[in-house]
Design a protein around this ligand. Structure first.
Ligand code: VG1
Ligand code: CO
Length: 543
């Protein structure tokens, strides 16, 4: 089989963000756009000849086309085997597990996660390394540098592989194994959780709704929840992955999963409601009449992890992204384990997990996970919740209240201002950074500022440093405001404002979140001049 060397010209905009390269689908459909990026990944790696590459995606529009291109480029570059999920499907945590389980060299995940799909939606490509986790910045920086110089890519002249049929195929000299996307992952979940106990809970009439949002978790949730754990058929809704996610926005938050939220707040609510995002790494947890914030969910799961067989010996430590609330810190303190604060994005947890410093990680953006894979894992969080519910025989609401009564409550909200003009957003952040030096000691609405900085992370494992990871304003009573720009958006800029206030165990735990944080919301606007600079009166999304 002869290898074709195809001339190409660099694109200037292939810089990976918080989680891989994300752009409008139309940008990826431009001739050579996918080819350039994938060849740049391979050009930045060493030692993969004859090795295994995992490929999978969330099933969105253009997945099928991109996967066939990537298979040919992988073959031309000398990979020995490609493992690909049937019909090109693999959830992000599923792909992470397949990489680890099959000792693969790495993997390519095609997804723009919770962003809408389709010809007018978004697409994305991400490279994961052999531990199953997102490539660290050292690699993504090298890939970006390569994209600016690339002048050729390698491919072969071979037909498309039939990805619908499980089994062994070939692309030129390379073996292409089409695997069931769910099997390996489901086996891992059965090791970690007490399936028997959860099965008994469903058999006793426990009710649940899982909204797969027409995204990748449909087949995973149906197999595990309905077939293996005996939840009644129909527990999983929107369970068929569609290229455009049924026209929806596969983001499991209170805006885009509003139907689920409304159901859970109604008199007919089942005992438990959950949802996941486009690529299956996020989770939404709602009990009957009780939404659980992702920051609280992280803390509660960490505090209760030992109910699950996979964590019965306790956890080594907890890590959270910097903007995530400090609720988990209190759990770590009580358990006497390490607590780590990292920049936003799962790639920063990899070293801590590999070094055995932490077992559980989480982000305020509906991401929770553990050392079982190297990605956040939506269904894992749902199953751990089910395991805890089955073991404690209490409602979600009772467990949340008990947690607050023990550790106190961190009122928490995130305000997003989407599609802000890029220049305006950069000016806002620059002005905020410049004001930091004078803020310490200032009083704002009766709150004293005790910390004002731009977060720099020093990785305790490899010593690397990541600067400018978000502006933090800390107050004397432990309240906090964080400002940062999104690294996953595809149009303009998204300003994220994270607000948090602590209320002790015997304090008031039933305030409305926005009301409880009203002072901080006002201060945030005053410090960053959000309204005057962006012209926006209110955030586009409040979570
Ligand atoms: C967002 C979240 C971040 C998450 C990232 C990828 O990034 O804030 O916590 O890791 O999305 O999640 P940003 O830079 O837009 O704030 V996913 O589900 O898109 O892979
Ligand atoms: Co995602």
């Amino acid at each position: 089989m002869s290898i074709l060397t195809v001339d190409t010209k660099p694109f200037t905009d292939q810089k990976p963000g918080t989680s891989g390269l994300r752009k409008r689908t139309a940008a990826f459909m431009v001739e050579n756009y996918v080819e350039n990026f994938v060849q740049s990944i391979f050009d930045s790696l060493d030692g993969f000849k004859g090795k295994t590459l995992v490929i999978g995606g969330d099933g969105r529009y253009f997945n099928d086309v991109a996967i066939q291109k990537i298979i040919r480029i992988a073959a031309a570059n000398g990979f020995g085997t490609v493992l690909v999920g049937q019909n090109g499907l693999l959830s992000t945590p599923g792909a992470s597990h397949v990489i680890r389980h099959h000792n693969a060299f790495g993997g390519i995940i095609l997804s723009a996660s919770h962003n809408p799909g389709g010809p007018d939606g978004d697409f994305g490509i991400k490279y994961n390394v052999s531990n199953g986790g997102p490539a660290p910045e050292k690699i993504t920086d090298a890939v970006f540098a390569r994209t600016k110089e690339i002048d050729r890519y390698l491919t072969i002249d071979a037909p498309d592989v039939d990805l619908a049929s499980i089994g062994t195929h070939h692309s030129g000299p390379m073996v292409v194994e089409v695997i069931d996307p769910v099997t390996d992952y489901a086996a891992l979940m059965a090791e970690l959780f007490d399936f028997e106990r959860i099965r008994a809970m469903f058999a006793n009439g426990f009710t649940m709704r899982f909204d797969a949002m027409h995204a990748v978790t449909g087949p995973y949730a149906k197999r595990i929840l309905e077939e293996q754990l005996g939840a009644p058929e129909g527990t999983v809704i929107n369970g068929t992955p569609l290229p455009d996610f049924g026209g929806g926005h596969p983001d499991p938050n209170l805006v885009h999963a509003k139907d689920l939220y409304d159901l859970m707040m109604s008199a007919d609510a089942p005992d438990f409601g959950a949802a996941s995002d486009g690529d299956g790494d996020r989770n939404l947890i709602i009990g009957k009449g009780r939404f659980v914030t992702p920051s609280d969910s992280l803390a509660i799961l960490a505090a209760n992890a030992s109910y699950a067989p996979g964590y019965s010996e306790g956890i080594a430590g907890i890590a959270r992204s910097m903007p995530t609330s400090a609720a988990a810190d209190r759990v770590a303190e009580k358990l006497g384990v390490g607590m780590y604060e990292t920049p936003t994005g799962w790639k920063f947890f990899g070293n801590l997990l590999d070094a055995g410093k932490v077992t559980i990680c989480g982000e305020e953006s509906a991401g929770t996970g553990s050392n079982h894979v190297r990605e956040k894992d939506g269904l894992w969080a749902v199953l751990l919740w089910l395991n805890v519910l089955a073991a404690r025989e209490q409602s979600v609401d009772a467990i949340v209240r008990d947690h607050w009564a023990t550790y106190g409550r961190n009122y928490y909200t995130r305000h997003d201002y989407e599609e802000v003009d890029l220049e305006v957003a950069n000016e806002l952040m620059d002005a905020l950074r410049e004001s930091l030096a004078g803020l310490q000691g200032q009083m704002q609405h009766g709150h004293e500022i005790v910390l004002a900085d731009d977060f720099t992370y020093n990785d305790p494992v490899d010593g690397s440093t990541s600067a400018k990871q978000g502006v933090r304003i800390g107050f004397a009573d432990g309240s906090r405001i964080v400002f940062r720009l999104s690294g996953t958006g595809t149009v303009g800029a998204t300003l994220r404002v994270y607000l948090e206030r602590y209320e002790p165990p015997h304090g008031q735990h039933d305030l409305d979140t926005q009301a409880a944080l009203a002072d901080l919301i006002t201060i945030a606007d005053a410090l960053a001049e959000i309204r005057s600079r962006t012209g926006r009166d209110t955030p586009s999304v409040i979570t």
